[in-house]
Design a protein around this ligand. Structure first.
Ligand code: HEC
Length: 238
């Protein structure tokens, strides 16, 4: 299993590589942006290194792959800060981007998919972190594909049920619905996220919530979000 942080660094590189190449064309060396001041650069450099593990003794393969990723991350930094790549280097980078294209496969391989029983089984082995779930839910952390999930943007109570009280509502109202006989809170929440159209919450529009989260979340992210929603145990307003 790849872990999430390198994957995100990797995706970010993929997304910015082209922009970086284009930006590099007419920018002057070390532009005067906060991103390119020496302190920030040193910090970013340290962050990249700390996100990736280089334990060649314990896991040579991962360490080797991370070495490559670190190099790519450094290239991106240099490009953003005005490095003007030569034609040969641009060609080499385009080749690299083609290698990164297999990221889509890596993302798919890491995502939870759509098989409810397999997902629930998988969740048994993962401990959800509700704080991280909150970051994901509020689009502060991104999904597996490097893009925000946007949950909180919809779940303000108008277009979609209010986030607050999700656990209480599930426990006290949803699970009493005959259509959900045999469900527990976890199964309901997971199904609501992965297959939102299986059960439509009364008084809300069907087919509004995106149905692709199964390919945008890994097991840990899903566990984190479920943990966050389970912490939403506010009392319901009458
Ligand atoms: C484009 C708007 C939209 C986005 C984005 C969205 N949802 Fe929803 N969600 C809805 C709507 C509308 C419903 C109610 C209708 C239904 O059941 O599909 C819903 C229902 C739910 C429910 C059931 C709530 C209840 O009270 O029973 C849960 C849980 C949920 N969403 C979680 C999420 C999570 C987690 C995310 C982000 C990963 C998310 N949603 C993103 C629109 C959205």
């Amino acid at each position: 299993m790849l872990n999430r942080k390198p994957l995100l660094v990797f995706v970010t590189i993929m997304l910015f590589a082209f922009a970086g190449i284009l930006m590099a064309q007419d920018s002057s060396p070390l532009p005067d942006t906060p991103d390119c001041n020496p302190a920030t650069l040193a910090e970013q450099q340290a962050t990249f290194e700390s996100l990736l593990t280089f334990d060649f003794e314990a896991d040579a393969e991962t360490a080797r792959d991370n070495l490559f990723r670190l190099g790519a991350a450094y290239q991106m930094l240099a490009l953003q800060c005005g490095y003007e790549a030569t034609d040969v280097e641009v060609d080499a980078m385009i080749q690299q981007i083609l290698v990164f294209a297999s990221m889509a496969d890596i993302i798919t391989a890491n995502s939870v998919g759509g098989d409810m029983d397999a997902i629930l089984l998988g969740l048994d082995d993962v401990r959800g972190d509700l704080f991280n779930g909150q970051l994901l839910y509020n689009s502060i952390e991104n999904g597996l594909d490097g893009f925000p999930l946007g949950c909180s943007g919809c779940h303000g109570g108008e277009a979609a049920p209010l986030t607050e009280g999700t656990w209480t509502r599930t426990d006290e109202i949803r699970l009493n619905d005959e259509a959900l006989a045999g469900y527990d809170v976890q199964r309901y929440l997971v199904e609501s996220i992965i297959h939102p159209n299986t059960y439509t919450v009364p008084d809300y529009l069907p087919n509004l919530m995106p149905s692709n989260f199964g390919s945008r979340l890994d097991m840990q992210m899903l566990a984190d979000i479920v943990a966050y929603l389970e912490s939403q145990d506010q009392l319901l307003e009458e």
